[in-house]
Design a protein around this ligand. Structure first.
Ligand SMILES: NC(=O)C1=CN([C@@H]2O[C@H](COP(=O)(O)OP(=O)(O)OC[C@H]3O[C@@H](n4cnc5c(N)ncnc54)[C@H](OP(=O)(O)O)[C@@H]3O)[C@@H](O)[C@H]2O)C=CC1
Ligand SMILES: CC(C)(CO)C(=O)C(=O)O
Length: 331
């Protein structure tokens, strides 16, 4: 099948290389030094899903209309990337692979075909331009809203499952909330410069991450969300994280850190900070703050974490665990 991947970074580069390996015809878009590297030598897939050199067509914009398109840019780049590729994308099923709650809904304002949401429950980075390295393998979940998957979502999942574990799911909106709870592990590496594993192993930071997850779970419940299941993150596990005595929740987080393996996982937010770019934090912890406020509640831990990430974006100075614990005081 002709598949386009818009934004061949960590996730887009991984998906493009896996689709190429599975025999699809892949065209990607990228920018700057990443585009130059891919145009010269293709995408080099490394890590937990094996090695592959994908010699794919690459440019700043798509040159032809694909049968299926994947949008893999950060949330703040979504509309710009869609508008730049509008002619090629007209009427094409579009899979929006994005953290946060608004990916596919946001795309609908700028896309004329079906927009399908997707949650990447795996971890990747780009250690050098042109390389996509898989650190933690997992599944791509597709869907939209709370209803059973549409025919377009089921078909996109079928195509993608030729390349990696992919599933169309009911209650996609509930699964996005579950991923948003998991993504509470993103902010602390962006604030401290430490890996996800290191932040989850540090008792003071782990307490704060647990508190931010609890706020996220509370906010989701208040909004009437039925949380979905993403691998081990079931509603039962979220119940424990959200309501069990703090030492139990804390143990769960320590185990989560260990399950990520030995290779340092930085998370996509720290990856942006390291490149001197704006992060998606307003769509992660910031989304919890906004949703809580809309419900007449507050989410002070998420608000403080959002603010700290913005401070690091501005002054490029990572905070020590001691500084973080001083800034985010827990009851
Ligand atoms: N990395 C991970 O492990 C995970 C990421 N995610 C989510 O997946 C999404 C993608 O993240 P990730 O792959 O890490 O991000 P990256 O920043 O690594 O990749 C996105 C790429 O898109 C490029 N881009 C942005 N706008 C355009 C445009 N108009 N035309 C062409 N290229 C463009 C960026 O260019 P430039 O290089 O100039 O920035 C960047 O290289 C995010 O929502 C993230 O939260 C979800 C799960 C895990
Ligand atoms: C869960 C995690 C941390 C996996 O890398 C992620 O979604 C991200 O990096 O944005």
């Amino acid at each position: 099948m002709d598949v386009a991947v818009i934004g061949a970074g960590a996730i887009g580069g991984t998906l493009a290389a896996l689709l190429d390996r599975a025999g699809h015809r892949v065209e990607v878009t990228a920018r700057g030094e990443r585009l130059a590297a891919i145009a010269a030598d293709g995408i080099r897939l490394t890590g937990r899903w094996g090695e592959h050199r994908a010699r794919v067509a690459a440019g700043e914009r798509l040159t032809a209309a694909p049968e299926l398109a994947l949008l893999c840019v950060k949330a703040q780049d979504e509309l710009g990337a869609l508008r730049a590729n509008e002619p090629a994308l007209a009427g094409v099923p579009l899979v929006v692979v994005q953290n946060g709650l608004d990916g596919a809904d946001g795309a609908r304002s700028a896309h004329t075909g079906p927009a399908i949401g997707a949650i990447a429950f795996f971890s990747a980075d780009c250690p050098v331009p042109g390389e996509a390295r898989v650190l933690v393998p997992g599944t791509l979940y597709l869907g939209s809203g709370t209803a059973p998957p549409t025919a377009e979502a089921a078909e996109a999942a079928r195509v993608l499952s030729t390349a990696l574990p992919s599933r169309a799911v009911a209650n996609f909106a509930g699964c996005q909330w579950t991923k948003l709870v998991v993504n509470q592990i993103n902010a602390m590496p962006a604030i401290t410069g430490l890996s996800v594993q290191e932040t989850l192993a540090e008792p003071r930071l782990r307490r704060i991450i647990l508190a931010s997850m609890r706020e996220a779970i509370r906010t989701g419940r208040r909004a009437g969300i039925a949380f979905g299941s993403l691998e081990g993150m079931t509603p039962l596990a979220l119940g424990v994280l959200g309501s069990a005595p703090a030492p139990v929740g804390s143990t769960l987080l320590r185990l989560m850190g260990r399950r990520l393996g030995r290779e340092p996982v930085l998370g996509s937010t720290l990856q942006s900070v390291q490149r001197g770019l704006a992060t998606e934090i307003d769509h992660l912890n910031g989304a919890i703050v906004a949703r809580a406020r809309a419900l007449g509640a507050d989410a002070p831990v998420n608000a403080a974490m959002t603010e700290l990430v913005h401070e690091v974006e501005r002054d490029h100075r990572f905070r020590t665990p001691h500084e973080v614990a001083r800034r985010i005081r827990l009851p």
